[in-house]
Every structure is written in C-alpha cells, then in structure tokens.
Design a protein around this ligand. Structure first.
Ligand code: FPP
Length: 247
C-alpha cells in the first residue's frame, strides 16, 4: 500500500472506538461473539495499515468499564477472545516491532490474564515501530478519578501544593501518560459519541465517525479517515490561518 498524503501531516496517534461487532453478527444471523472475533481480524488489518503509514501510536477500546453490564456469556466470551488474541498474535506483534500496552483497571483482571498481559508488555517493551494500547476495563472517568486520587494523596502528605497542580502535572498522573494525546479519534458503527474513551486526552482530537460496522471497516475506509484528517486544519483554539471563503 502506498499513498501520497499531500502537504498535511499524518496523525501521530490514532485512537479507535471499534463499535458495531454485535450488529455485524446479527445482520448475518450469527452470535455476537462471532462479531467480536471478526472484530479482532479487522483490528489486525488496521494495525498493519497503521504500521505501513508509519503512524507510531494506535489505541483501541476493547472493553469499557460499562461493558460489565452485558450478559455474562458475552463478557466471558470477550475475555476468552482477548486471551486467545494475546496467545495467537504474540509472535506477530514481536516480529513486527510492536510494543503492546494495556490500559485500564488491571485490578479486575484474573491473575492468569494479568500475568499474560504483563508478560507481553514486558517482552515487547523495547519495540519501537508502533505502540498498540489496548483499553481493557477502561473508562475515561475512571482514569481521571484515579489520577485525582493520586494528586489528593500527594496533597494530603504535603508533597503537592494545589497551585502546583498544572495540566501537565495532572496529565502525567494519568495511566496512559506514556502515550501522546490522540490526534485522530475514529468511531465506527454509526454512533457519534465518545462513550467514556480518552476523555482528558481527546480534548483537541479530530473526530471521525464512520457508518461502517467495525468488522466491515476496511483498510480503504481507514485510509479515507486518514486522508480526511490530513486535509483538516487543527487550530487548538487559535484563529484560522486559511483565507475565509463561503465556497
Ligand atoms: C463494540 O461493538 C465492541 C466491543 C464492546 C468490543 C470490541 C472488541 C473487539 C474488537 C475484540 C476484542 C479485542 C481485543 C484487542 C482483544 P458492540 O458489541 O457494542 O456492537 P453493537 O453496537 O453492534 O452491539
């Protein structure tokens, strides 16, 4: 795959809300877990496309703090799929130079899953081509609350003055502080909301909503999203540098 990106810059970090697995499966008369399995395949394609484009950070929302409310069968199935994904894709992740990170509340993972995830994190910690952050039992509010607790603990010990708590300092207390804020946040599946993903980090992200259900979101759809991003002007609250026109 080769593509000329024009004068704009590609994002450094793409974050994706992979929505629509269930509907994809239901449309085919199959179980929701079939949709999640197809979702993993799609994730692999998008990871490859991200590597090919030379984008160094990709993060994906795999399981939210709210997803525990799904039927037990689906929750168990999702974790089974996550386990086999880690097992099956570990050699590929290694050979492609991908660093794996898991963000989210690791305290709720069962010890075996936690061990497998931490092993993959440490085995790939030196890989530099791409960082893949998988959000598992993750919620943006949870992450902000955890950072607020850390700040409050430091303040209670007299190690942090309230006026010393800047955006940078607070941001550095977030669990995902090791990755930059997403430049582009894509949500598939036709819904136009953040659903508690990267709430702090997405303050200035460019948002892209696709009607495609995640398992049907191809590399071509992904490249269209990147192309759309490249054509946008990011102003971060400043005025436009482009000449104004109604055309
Ligand atoms: C949303 O679709 C998707 C999820 C809740 C899970 C996403 C998970 C995967 C792609 C597989 C696991 C990934 C890894 C990395 C192990 P939905 O079920 O809400 O779909 P719907 O809106 O059509 O019901």
């Amino acid at each position: 795959m080769s593509r000329v990106w024009g004068s704009g810059e590609l994002p450094r970090h793409v974050a994706i809300i992979m929505d629509g697995n269930g509907r994809y499966a239901q449309n085919l008369g199959k179980s929701r877990l079939y949709g999640h399995k197809m979702g993993v395949r799609r994730l692999w394609d998008i990871l490859e496309a991200t590597l090919e484009a030379g984008i160094p950070y990709l993060s994906v929302f795999a399981f939210s703090t709210e997803n525990w409310q799904r039927p037990t069968k689906e929750v168990k199935g999702l974790f089974r799929i996550a386990r086999s994904t880690v097992r099956v894709y570990t050699p590929k992740i290694q050979s492609l130079g991908v660093r794996f990170l898991c963000i989210g509340n690791k305290r709720t993972l069962n010890p075996k899953d936690l061990q497998a995830i931490e092993r993959l994190e440490s085995d790939t910690s030196k890989n530099q081509k791409l960082t893949l952050a998988v959000a598992l039992d993750y919620g943006g509010r949870w992450e902000i609350l955890e950072a607020a607790r850390k700040a409050a603990e430091l303040a209670a010990k007299g190690e942090l003055l309230p006026e010393a708590l800047t955006e940078e300092r607070f941001g550095s207390m977030l669990q995902s502080a090791v990755i930059p804020d997403p430049d582009l946040l894509i949500r598939t599946g036709g819904e136009c909301r953040l659903s508690n993903f990267m709430l702090w980090q997405a303050a200035y992200s460019e948002l892209y909503f696709s009607q495609e259900l995640w398992p049907a979101f191809t590399k071509e759809h992904y490249l269209s999203a990147l192309e759309d991003y490249v054509g946008r002007e990011r102003r971060f609250g400043r005025v436009s540098k482009r000449p104004f026109s109604f055309a």
